[in-house]
Write a protein that binds this ligand. Structure first.
Ligand SMILES: [Zn+2]
Length: 464
């Protein structure tokens, strides 16, 4: 009796366990929203900048890639050819133009950071005006939300070209987000989840490491970017639309009436052959779109397809490899401002291979003042006297910054040389040759540094 009683109660216990587990079938825990998963995240500065990549995006969409676009600003200080609206009202109009342009291609996941347009070639001014920290936080959030395989963006660097500081800034932020979004210690409040209702501060995102980042340069020169990444024909015919990719890109661009109404009206009067000739010319998309490989965490060749080496699923977070700081003599002079920033940026993000001009270059408007920002490093234990002198092309005038200076012991001091540039006559039609400017620094009769810059004078250019 006793024995069978034990058996009975054990059976009862197992039976009730089975009933209980059947009553509580396992419940799926919530995971990331699949509607926002993307293959390509394009990060650019202004509404209409997406045009730098649309012939490639049209091709990627043919291959069923999911595309997301992030704009840094709403373009509120651009021109308006379509109406009277200006400033923030123009920004509201341009947001819709950008959304319409992308909808034409089938792209609907589009976000805007809170950046403000900054008319300058100086990336540091744009970073400040975009609230660098806030914009980066939002971009990291969007990377974690959209989980891109690949990020495409402007190449961060200073070049003779349009060289817009905002374009450079989109490339800087995209690179920083590439390196931070996978790091659970970066913006951890985005990664943590709320434990109670009505605790709307923690976001329950997961870290995400994108696999590759590619850049497109905003530079006139092409030589230093050749063979640094893949090329995509813009004249090839799309499988889905049966139109060449340049045509799909141009049809998308039609939405940007505020920026290009007069141009688009002119295009409407042209025949197809004339339009193709224009769209595939140097001032447009040329024959092909060229990308520069920034980083791949999944192998693949430099000039191979953007998706080469990419397979589905997450990869582990990869902290960027930081290159050591270069050795410097105890007393030295170097270019500062955006130039030293980019040298540090390339070292900090494992991008020392990224093409950049040597000597550094910039295009400036005639009859403006050029500023050469310098850092003078004195790591000796004594106050040091240094002298700065500049060699300039004929007609260029040194305004200030040359002469003798002292730098206290163990200090890094800022100095700057200012040069008045000659005017470029409106009648000038020749493409200008870049000129060389050299700043020499001496101390105790010995050279402590020589800084060279290549400068192209233009009738019009963004402020330095
Ligand atoms: Zn732009």
């Amino acid at each position: 009796m006793k024995k069978s009683g034990v058996t009975l109660s054990l059976t009862f216990a197992l039976l009730s366990l089975a009933i209980a587990s059947r009553a509580q079938e396992s419940q799926a825990l919530p995971t990331a929203d699949a509607r926002y998963k993307t293959d390509i995240l394009l990060v650019v500065a202004h509404p209409d900048d997406e045009g730098a990549a649309t012939p490639y995006l049209a091709r990627a969409l043919d291959e069923h890639k999911r595309v997301t676009v992030v704009f840094g600003t709403r373009g509120s200080s651009g021109a308006n050819e379509a109406g009277a609206e200006q400033a923030a009202a123009l920004g509201a109009v341009r947001e819709i133009e950008a959304r319409n342009a992308l909808t034409t291609l089938g792209i609907t996941n589009v976000w805007f950071l809170g950046g403000k347009d900054t008319a300058s070639q100086n990336v540091l001014l744009s970073l400040a005006n975009w609230d660098h920290g806030e914009s980066l936080e939002q971009l990291v959030r969007l990377v974690r939300l959209t989980r891109p395989e690949v990020i495409l963006t402007f190449l961060p660097g200073t070049f003779i070209g349009e060289d817009h500081g905002d374009h450079q800034t989109s490339g800087v932020l995209a690179t920083e987000a590439f390196d931070l979004a996978g790091d659970p210690a970066a913006f951890p409040e985005q990664v943590a989840g709320p434990t109670k209702r009505l605790e709307p501060y923690l976001e329950n995102l997961r870290p995400w490491q994108a696999k590759k980042i590619y850049y497109f340069p905003d530079a006139d020169r092409e030589d230093i970017f050749r063979e640094k990444g893949p090329d995509y024909s813009v004249t090839e015919i799309s499988k889905s639309s049966k139109l060449p990719y340049w045509r799909m890109a141009l049809d998308s661009f039609r939405a940007h009436q505020t920026q290009a109404k007069s141009f688009l009206d002119k295009v409407a009067q042209m025949d197809e052959a004339q339009i193709e000739k224009m769209a595939t010319s140097d001032s447009f998309w040329t024959e092909s779109l060229h990308f520069v490989l920034g980083k791949s965490l999944v192998g693949g060749s430099v000039t191979g397809d953007i998706f080469e080496g990419i397979t589905a699923g997450a990869i582990p977070f990869a902290r960027p490899e930081i290159s050591p700081e270069p050795g410097r003599p105890e007393l030295s002079v170097e270019l500062s401002g955006p130039y030293s920033f980019y040298a540090e940026f390339r070292r900090a993000h494992g991008l020392t291979h990224l093409p950049h001009p040597e000597p550094p270059e910039i295009a400036l408007q005639g009859h403006t003042t050029m500023v050469i920002p310098l850092w003078v490093r004195n790591q000796t234990a004594k106050l040091q006297e240094i002298s700065l002198a500049a060699s300039l092309p004929a007609g260029w005038t040194l305004q200030s910054g040359a002469g003798k200076f002292t730098v206290a012991a163990k200090q890094v001091a800022a100095a700057q040389v200012e040069i008045l540039l000659p005017a470029v006559p409106e009648s000038e039609t020749k493409k200008p040759e870049p000129q060389n400017v050299t700043v020499r620094a001496n101390s105790n009769g010995q050279s402590i540094g020589e800084i060279k810059l290549r400068v192209e004078l233009r009738k019009r250019a963004l402020p330095q």
